[in-house]
Design a protein around this ligand. Structure first.
Ligand code: NBP
Length: 477
């Protein structure tokens, strides 16, 4: 067979994407390490009247690909990808194309790009977001690397991507490993969004004492406004769900320890390595890490008698319905405000890396392809696209006039929410970190003069003066 494209790795993502590609009219050949999964995939496709060509070996797959050969890898990131690329390179020739669709560490892709270059094989490192449903019915693709290769697969990617209106959620991201990097930042931002939503849920639960039904109604209402997004939508649906095994709601039966697969950690490593702070994402990652210490949390809560939602003895405020409505409204404002602040951080990191690596990233286009298919899809992203259309060199997202005005209007709500959470012993680290970041990055003067003085005091590290040029050292005692 002369297949248009090949796909390697038939776990959830690969299986679904191969069906998506087939249903868009392309001839696709697949290969998987364990052959039985290849057979399964071909069978499952048949049931949906789709034809997928399964091959027992990589060599057979390669022989059946149209030239230039194109193959997408959807396998566990890391050594398994190296192993498969080494095998592919035995059969691929000049001009053939390898596309890695996994969540790969960008520096690993850079090594593979070099390796492929030696054989004149073109390489694309492509972020894919949307989970299995996205893979099957339309996801957000973030392909970076060889522009020539991108043009060869553009048609397939556009047809298989999610659409917003008529625009496909895919664009050429930039050279090198930029596709991995953009996907990593997408996931980091996703961590922040999820944590901010979880904190909102927790605050309403413990301060306003809303039950799950009421909480679900609030998120449903929010989903009809400026916060309209996939994550808010699934939140209200989660809160509606009955357990089935007990009389309880399912959310109340789920252990409060959150897992992670590493892309949030990578975002933080990059943030720290490059000195570009992303404290909202950091708070989200720390929250997951703290959650893992269940035994320690249980032990310390009995030492400190920590009760989430408890108010101090001298607190006289009682929350009636009117006050609850006000707090709910402040929370909506605060959440939106933090979302702007969090995206500002993530996009600033992207901008800085783009400058350093000469990726020439178009941040407005990136926001556009996150608009559908992926986990952080939200109406809000249109406004980010517009902000960069107005000024492609926008230094910080919230310097855009519209966002700046919104933050100015909503900041009192954010302060109020942080006060309320503190008074009621409800930890909201992502909200707090967002406000602290905002206050610092918008302050002409910070406390860091004291740090410089201390450094000079104990280590003669010198300091600069406000009134004169040069480096100064003082004999402090
Ligand atoms: P996995 O990451 O679990 O990968 C398993 C697949 O890789 C299996 O089909 C396995 O074959 C195959 N594989 C091959 Br081919 N060679 C292998 C080798 N040498 N060692 C180990 N496995 C090998 O699959 P996934 O969850 O579908 O994810 C694929 C990629 O997409 C990952 O990078 C993931 O991070 C990314 N991603 C996943 C999602 C999601 O929602 N799951 C979303 C977005 C991105 P076998 O059948 O013989 O074991």
């Amino acid at each position: 067979e002369e297949c248009d494209i090949g796909l390697i790795g038939l776990a959830v993502m690969g299986q679904n994407l191969s069906m998506n590609i087939a249903s868009n009219g392309f001839k696709i050949g697949v290969f998987n390490r364990t052959y039985s999964k290849t057979v399964d995939t071909v069978e499952i496709a048949k049931k949906e009247n789709l034809t997928i060509y399964g091959y027992k070996t990589l060599e057979e797959l390669s022989k059946n690909l149209k030239k230039p050969r194109k193959v997408i890898l959807l396998i566990k990131a890391g050594p398994a990808v190296d192993e498969n690329i080494n095998n592919i390179l035995k059969y691929f020739e000049k001009g053939d194309i390898i596309i890695d669709g996994g969540n790969e560490w960008y520096l690993s892709s850079e090594k593979r790009i070099e390796l492929c270059k030696e054989k004149n094989v073109e390489y694309i490192a492509m972020g894919v977001s949307g989970g299995e449903l996205g893979a099957r019915y339309g996801c957000s693709f973030m392909p970076g690397g060889s522009k020539y290769a991108y043009d060869c697969i553009k048609d397939i990617l556009e047809k298989c991507s999610a659409k917003v209106g008529t625009s496909p959620c895919v664009t050429y991201i930039g050279s090198g490993s930029s596709g991995n990097y953009v996907k990593m930042i997408h996931n980091g931002i996703e961590y922040g969004d999820m944590q901010l939503i979880a904190e909102s849920y927790f605050l309403m639960k413990h301060v306003l004492k809303y039950n799950n039904k009421k909480l679900s109604e609030v998120f449903k209402k929010w989903n009809e406004g400026i916060l309209n997004s996939y994550l808010i939508e699934i939140t209200y649906k989660i809160l509606e769900k009955k357990d089935g095994l007990t009389e309880n709601d399912l959310i109340d039966m789920i252990v409060d320890i959150a897992g992670a697969k590493g892309t949030g950690k990578w975002t933080m490593l990059e943030s720290v390595e490059r000195g570009i702070p992303c404290p909202t994402i950091c708070a989200a990652l720390d929250a997951r890490n703290i959650s893992s210490f269940m035994d320690l949390r249980t032990k310390t809560s009995s030492v400190f008698k920590t009760v989430i939602g408890a108010v101090p003895d001298n607190n006289t405020v009682t929350i009636n319905d009117t006050i609850a409505k006000d707090i709910e409204n402040d929370l909506l404002n605060a959440l939106y405000c933090c979302k702007i602040i969090s995206y500002t951080q993530g996009l600033f990191l992207l901008k800085k890396v783009s400058e350093e690596k000469k990726w020439n990233l178009n941040l407005g286009e990136i926001a556009r392809i996150w608009r559908g298919g992926c986990i952080i899809r939200a109406v809000f992203l249109d406004r980010i696209t517009n902000a960069y259309k107005n000024n492609k060199d926008l230094e910080l997202l919230f310097l855009n006039e519209e966002f700046a005005n919104e933050i100015k209007n909503k900041l009192p709500s954010l302060r109020k929410i942080i006060n309320i959470a503190t008074t009621h012993s409800v930890p909201i680290p992502a909200f707090s970190a967002s406000l602290a970041y905002f206050q610092m990055i918008t302050s002409k003067r910070l406390c860091l003069n004291m740090i410089q003085a201390q450094r000079d005091f104990f280590g003669s590290h010198t300091y600069k003066r406000l009134d004169k040029e040069g480096d100064y050292h003082t004999i402090w005692e």
